[in-house]
Design a binder for this molecule. Sequence first.
Ligand code: KIV
Length: 256
Amino acid sequence: MSKIKKIISRKNKTKIVSLTAYSKNVASILDNYCDIILVGDSLGSVLYNYKSTREVTLNTIIEHSKSVRMGIKKSLMIVDMPHNTYRNPKEALKNAKRIMKKTKCDGVKLEGGKKICETVETLVKNKIPVMGHLGLLPQSDKTFKFKGKNELERNNIIRDAQLLEKAGVFSIVLECVETSLAKLVTKSLNILTIGIGSSKYCDGQILVFDDLIGLNPINYRFVKKYANIRNYISKAVINYSKEVKKNKFPNKKNSY
Ligand code: KIV
């Protein structure tokens, strides 16, 4: 069974654990505990301080993905297609092929619904596994608010999820989707939903790793900080600084 079919077969059985990674060392730790590792274009704001993910280029995501690839042995590795790299099926195929070839990833992720279905079909026909992304869409939304507040938003998300499934995606990230809608969408699909800020009813969960460990100082409602790594780093650097100033580091053991 292919890696993709295997992960879909876990629907309604075991939850899918997923996180983002942007580099080898982090990926090599996450690989032990995750099913899917995403090289997300969130790296634009997390690492580069860009105002939006729209500024992330194909080359940047490819270079980070090459690093992440070196840290992964077993997890499914998915790479975000940056904004303006999949405006039509032809452009998407050319760029997705480049991502697959250069990074040896297992698939790509695209944001959007109805508009991108023809593109998804083209990629899938060319044996490129695709993960969809609905709800809050950082590449195109002007304001970042949760989705599913009114009938129109709800109906669009339900329709888009079904169209994406038909087009061949193996899973859909649901970002900031209201609880009952995320539950409904998850129930209505045979493929996986991976939630971020979209309740416990999704088939799996994803978080930005820097948020989970508390490296990112910003607080979001949908993030639970499982560690405060900034404190650990501060303590280590304070000790290092003290020892350097007192001429205690390096000692004999650290010298040649
Ligand atoms: O770019 C990203 O990291 C993402 C996740 C938040 C799902 O798309």
